[in-house]
Ligand binder design. Sequence first.
Ligand SMILES: CSC[C@H]1O[C@H](OP(=O)(O)O)[C@H](O)[C@@H]1O
Ligand code: ADE
Length: 286
Amino acid sequence: MEPISIGIIGGSGLYAMEALTDRSEIQLTTPFGDPSDAVIVGNLAGQRVAFLPRHGRGHRFTPSEVPYRANIHALKQLGVRFILGVSAVGSLREELVPGHLVIPDQAIDRTKGVRPATFFGEGVVAHVAFGEPVCPYLSALVSQAAHSASNTTVHDGGTYCCMEGPQFSTKAESELYRSWGCSIIGMTLLPEAKLAREAEIAYANLSLVTDYDCWHPDHDNVTAAMVVETINRNVTAAQSTIAALIPLIDPTAVYPAHSALAHAVMTAPEAIPAAARERLALLYRG
Ligand SMILES: CSC[C@H]1O[C@H](OP(=O)(O)O)[C@H](O)[C@@H]1O
Ligand SMILES: Nc1ncnc2[nH]cnc12
């Protein structure tokens, strides 16, 4: 099969991409378990694209249960070099209004360590750079696409606070994250972006604001129903951004993320156990 350069990971409310034509479903397995669902491969804006719903069709995995490693590995198996993760997020700033889009450029990790967050370990140690948690080059293309195609207000940059969930935040937590300068809050950017970096895939995120979390005196506290309702009203903004993004991506482009492991692996090649070599074969051959 021809490699597929572009992967889309759909979040809450984006479980399918009707716009894909000539589509097929690919059931993949990985050394890190099975991905959230079959990967849907199809044509969009003249390119083959792979789509994977993060929580599975029917929304079956909590943010802590999403098999992030298998999802990234499955896309890597298909040849994916660019991933756009789409997310529903709460707003931590007055000016980020439900219905707006945010393309975050920073992240704070408030997950609690229950999610496997690295492909390495068990005999191989790697420390990838993560100062820029998303690929600035891919994010710039996402921004261009969103500004031109989405019909809503687009905010370039912002800090995504990734909490563990599944419960939403307390008011005190929400105010704490605001005091830290966070812009938006969700439950899934991490470890997804970390694992994409380890897999040397350029990763960007498109966040759709669905609510004001629980800090805003003039808005109701977030509920899951509120998130779904806002997503359903605004999902076309994400879909048209995706369609406009595809032709902007040069499948042969090489970004720093594509060599993220070059100076990352600490373990001497002769010390790497055979089992680890086998498990990591697709990702690392040092
Ligand atoms: C349905 S409300 C909370 C849920 O929505 C977000 O999902 P995703 O990031 O996959 O769009 C949030 O992270 C939670 O998982
Ligand atoms: N307020 C919120 N907190 C965490 N995740 C969210 N996803 C959508 N809205 C959210």
